[in-house]
Design a protein around this ligand. Structure first.
Ligand code: ADP
Ligand code: MG
Length: 429
């Protein structure tokens, strides 16, 4: 028995086509396969394919989806055309990214709550949910966690998870192979669309155009969309305005770097997960030294475990420090020194470092100096007195500077932009 053929028959019977129509467009059609909820058809006549795509594909998909109780896609090939790979990886339920193993702290509380709401269908007004933040802070984790809950609650849902980059590449391939309708069909059949690192589509006109239409189709059909990005929509400078306003119409949830308490909780949970017991002082050493990236925390614990288990080294603060140094050296910008920060601020404002440090209160140097203090405070583990030393000032001056910048950040989008740009510049050092 050829399942694909039977399914094609079923679809045609269900569609109530007149014999003339059926003869005109479907007489030459051949059922190729039925796999992963996709029915592949082939016709030697390009014109037939075009007509079917335009007029009959949607009703056919609809009938089949009703029949099967799950969404079915139909794709028509012509000539030697190969089927588009079913690239969008759907999420396997045993995925390791769940809400249960996500540690919540003040830095991610809102994003976590919004993700939970969406995952439990309470997110009607949270569409799209746009989660943004620096790398390594749990955006992909939350995205998968949503997918996993949805998969459990709605086994019939078609959940599409795709990276912004893959979405773009897939579209380019589809264009090259004149296969855009199939590409569209696939994404527009989604009940839940999860796009990771959407910043990759910014600046790519055709991809934005295509995504815009897919977005609207799903949005208007009441389907949930969740996006992640390394920056908020307003900072995606090459994003089309209409796209930006679509994103901003939903809920924007940012994830900040975790505070000390949360870092301790994450380290402790990860160590336990890895079956690796860490003394309290070692955990503290890690938390104090690696502030900006959860992925790095995890890497450090894994390395410590390996050194201990394979090399027989006892887990001491010294051993942890050497691992921390190794981890830091891989991407120095993620754990910048005050000097690195000073340099970045200096080149951003075009004010030499020695003037930032000088004992002068000219208008040109005050803001860069305060900004540098603020960023050292934010991105390093230096204490207020330590920062004071770097700048040749006392700790109350540093505190005042940090408060000043923090206030300015809250009041002006421009200051917020500048800070984000500076952080980005520093992290990419
Ligand atoms: P992003 O997508 O923001 O770059 P990921 O989601 O890939 O970051 O997170 C990096 C790693 O850190 C993942 O292994 C993830 O499980 C872990 N992680 C991030 N945040 C948390 C958290 N709050 N609790 C537990 N693990 C986390
Ligand atoms: Mg990610």
């Amino acid at each position: 028995m050829n399942a694909a053929k039977d399914i094609l028959q079923m679809a045609l019977d269900q569609m109530d086509l007149s014999p003339t129509i059926r003869q005109a467009w479907f007489s030459k059609i051949e059922a190729v396969s039925f796999e992963n909820d996709r029915l592949l058809l082939r016709t030697p006549v390009l014109f037939h394919k075009e007509i079917i795509d335009a007029r009959f594909l949607d009703p056919m998909q609809q009938r089949l989806s009703e029949l099967f109780g799950t969404s079915i896609t139909v794709e028509v090939l012509t000539g030697d055309e190969q089927a588009a790979p079913q690239a969008a990886s759907t999420i396997s339920p045993d995925n390791e990214y769940t809400f249960e193993n996500f540690i919540v702290g003040s830095s991610n509380r809102f994003a976590h709550a919004a993700a939970i709401a969406v995952a439990n269908d309470r997110g009607r007004d949270y569409n799209p949910l746009f989660i943004y933040g620096q790398p390594g802070l749990g955006k992909t984790h939350l995205l998968h966690a949503i997918g996993n809950v949805m998969r459990k609650n709605h086994p019939q849902f078609r959940i599409i998870y795709v990276k912004g980059e893959d979405f773009t590449n897939e579209l380019i391939t589809a264009i090259q192979e004149s296969n855009v309708p199939a590409f569209r069909g696939k994404y527009r059949m989604a009940d839940l669309l999860l796009i990771d690192d959407i910043q990759f589509i910014a600046g790519k006109e055709r991809t934005q155009e295509e995504f815009f239409h897919t977005f609207n189709t799903l949005y208007e059909a009441g389907k949930q969309i969740v996006l992640t990005s390394d920056r908020p929509p307003k900072e995606m400078s090459t994003l089309e305005d209409r796209m930006r306003s679509r994103f901003e119409n939903g809920v924007l949830a940012d994830i900040q770097a975790p505070d000390l308490e949360t870092r301790m909780a994450i380290i402790s949970a990860k160590a336990q997960e890895l079956g690796c017991e860490l003394p309290q002082d070692v955990m503290y050493e890690i938390a104090e030294n690696l502030k900006s990236n959860v992925r790095q925390l995890q890497g450090t614990i894994k390395k410590i475990k390996a050194k201990h288990e394979l090399g027989g080294e006892p887990v001491t603060i010294q051993m942890a420090q050497s691992v921390i140094d190794e981890v830091k050296s891989i991407n120095p910008g993620l754990n910048p020194t005050p000097q690195m920060i000073l340099k970045a601020v200096s080149s951003f404002y075009s004010v030499p470092v020695d003037q930032i440090l000088a004992n002068k209160r000219s208008k040109e140097t005050v803001v860069p100096r305060q900004m540098a203090m603020y960023l050292v405070r934010k991105l390093t583990s230096a204490s207020l007195p330590e920062i004071g030393k770097v700048f040749g000032r006392d700790h109350t001056t540093v505190m005042h500077a940090c408060n000043k910048i923090e206030d300015a950040r809250k009041q002006s989008a421009e200051t917020d932009d500048i800070i984000n740009t500076l952080i980005e510049n520093i992290q990419n050092l």
